[in-house]
Design a protein around this ligand. Structure first.
Ligand code: GYM
Length: 173
């Protein structure tokens, strides 16, 4: 899809509205995966194409500087795949590492939607942008804003996660 977008400063990825005094507690709890973007022809979105939706549950670990991310991936055929990752914090940096994936770096950015967050995942030379929201449905303007930001940062292929089926993420408690 070719977007007619005049890229300007409003399209730059910014972490400026992330409240660092509350970090990371404001990110605990439930999230929904809504959209992704990657450079054209990078194959970086292939893994998301069979997906109908994914619900996440983020909680603090009993170990310091670690967060537990649980996900329930609902596949288009109706099946569910539970996933779990341990994210490593370093001080009050908004850059995260993933246990077991030493080359993966995850950075946090703000979104026009205040109930959303944009993650930039980089692993070796591959990177992609991921949009998450507190709600499984999001107004069009926020999805479009994500796509424009992505396009202007060079992530020209985008994918919206369908959200046609339900989901219930296990909280593990
Ligand atoms: O299903 C594939 C999945 O999207 C792959 O991506 C990840 O594993 C990234 C983790 C998704 C995190 C979703 C919750 C976002 C909340 C922000 C977390 C900030 C922690 C300080």
């Amino acid at each position: 899809v070719d977007l007619l977008v005049v890229c300007d400063i409003n399209h730059r990825l910014s972490a400026s509205s992330i409240n660092r005094t509350e970090f990371p507690s404001q990110y605990m709890g439930r999230w929904y995966f809504l959209a992704a973007a990657a450079p054209a022809d990078s194959q970086a979105l292939e893994t998301f194409k069979p997906m109908d939706n994914t619900a996440f549950w983020v909680q603090e670990s009993t170990e310091n500087e670690k967060l537990v991310f649980r996900a329930n991936v609902r596949v288009k055929d109706g099946s569910c795949v539970p996933r779990k990752w341990i994210y490593l914090l370093s001080g009050d940096s908004t850059e995260l590492r993933t246990e077991g994936h030493p080359d993966r770096v995850t950075e946090l950015f703000s979104s026009k939607c205040t109930q959303c967050v944009i993650l930039k995942e980089t692993e070796n030379s591959i990177s992609r942008l991921l949009l998450y929201s507190r709600s499984p449905q999001l107004e069009r303007e926020f999805v479009e804003d994500f796509k424009e930001k992505a396009f202007c940062e060079g992530y020209k292929e985008t994918l919206e996660i369908p959200q046609k089926l339900g989901n219930k993420v296990s909280t593990g408690v």
